[in-house]
Design a protein around this ligand. Sequence first.
Ligand code: ATP
Ligand code: MG
Length: 393
Amino acid sequence: MNRVILVRYGELSTKKGNRNFFVKTLTQNIEHKLNKFNVNIKKDLGRMYIYFEDKDLNEITSTLKNIFGIQMYHIAYIADTNTQDITKNVLSILNDISFKTFKVEVKRSDKSFEYDSPAFCKVLGSSILRSINNISVDVHNPEILVTVEVRQKESFIYLNSFKGAGGYPVGSQPRGLLMLSGGIDSPVAGYLALKRGIKVDCVYFEAIPHTSLEAREKVISLVKKMVNYTDNINLHIVNFTKIQEEIYKKCDHDYVITIMRRMMYRIMDMLCNKYNSYVIINGESIGQVASQTLVSMNTINSVTNIPVIRPVACLDKLEIIDIAKKIDTYDISILPYEDCCTVFVPKHPVINPDKERCIKMEEKFDYYPMLEEAVKNIQTIKITDVEDINELL
Ligand code: ATP
Ligand code: MG
């Protein structure tokens, strides 16, 4: 029996104006991810059909699970649209499994078919009861739900529905820049931003020799996990050493984290302009540390007009950890290499930093040329979902 994967877009198909664009983006993403398989992809208004070779089914379905924009999919058997062929196929599928109760559901889009849906349900139900012993119909809580979709050219029969990744296809929104540290929160924030369709690139601030090359490798490993959900991610590495040392020399120690983060945001603002990005994304979570109180966020955020999205702002740490485990970044994130925030952290960072005081301290050194230099000397690594062709740009 031939099979096909039926892909449902869910939320996507309700987007009136943008629908074609969304579906086109999703199709491209699916085609890209299934590139190595011999598949034939067709689409109509509400869904997509993936014709595949049997040997590839498991690998294809585990790939589909990571593609945003897919709400649900079914692995369906294909029958000719006539009563005999559909009945024959239904019986042959059910003969291979054991069950006690079942229900048949018919969805008929071919209005010229000889039965309407309730009548065809009855026809199929009685054929099943006649052919298989010791089973009964249970319309409320059946062990097996046989869904039959009667369409003009071919009909589909399936027993299961599999949940897709949900969200919107990556690329259905423009670029956004994720501040990626080696911690637990920022890769989760990146994953959630990808899920909203944002084409995410990453920025990592490093302070060599205060931070190690292992810390950088850790960030690269995190990007490699995130790239499972998209085709490629640019990782921009900013050398932050000089700026950080200067802040440490010139500013009150309880303010160094606040000022450092204001400098990071200023660089992010410049990078958004440079790389055509519309939003800054980070892993800040309200109240998690001194720099993430609402007053701190306000003082830090005031250096840029670019929207800042904090996908994990309202999640508990344990909720963030659950997602980190699901996307397989947790074990990398808990490796002990220090990043530039942890190296310079003061004993008592200010919890409610005052904007005016920040400005006064920042006037003590000529930071702008340093920011420009950091942006000019940025290193970019393009990390793709195909192993071994990651390149230094
Ligand atoms: P995470 O929040 O990812 O677990 P963290 O807790 O070490 O890491 P915080 O000090 O909480 O990081 O910083 C809050 C956010 O600021 C991070 O989630 C990340 O988005 C950004 N950030 C912090 N340090 C860096 C860095 N070195 N490079 C890029 N972004 C950073
Ligand atoms: Mg954090």
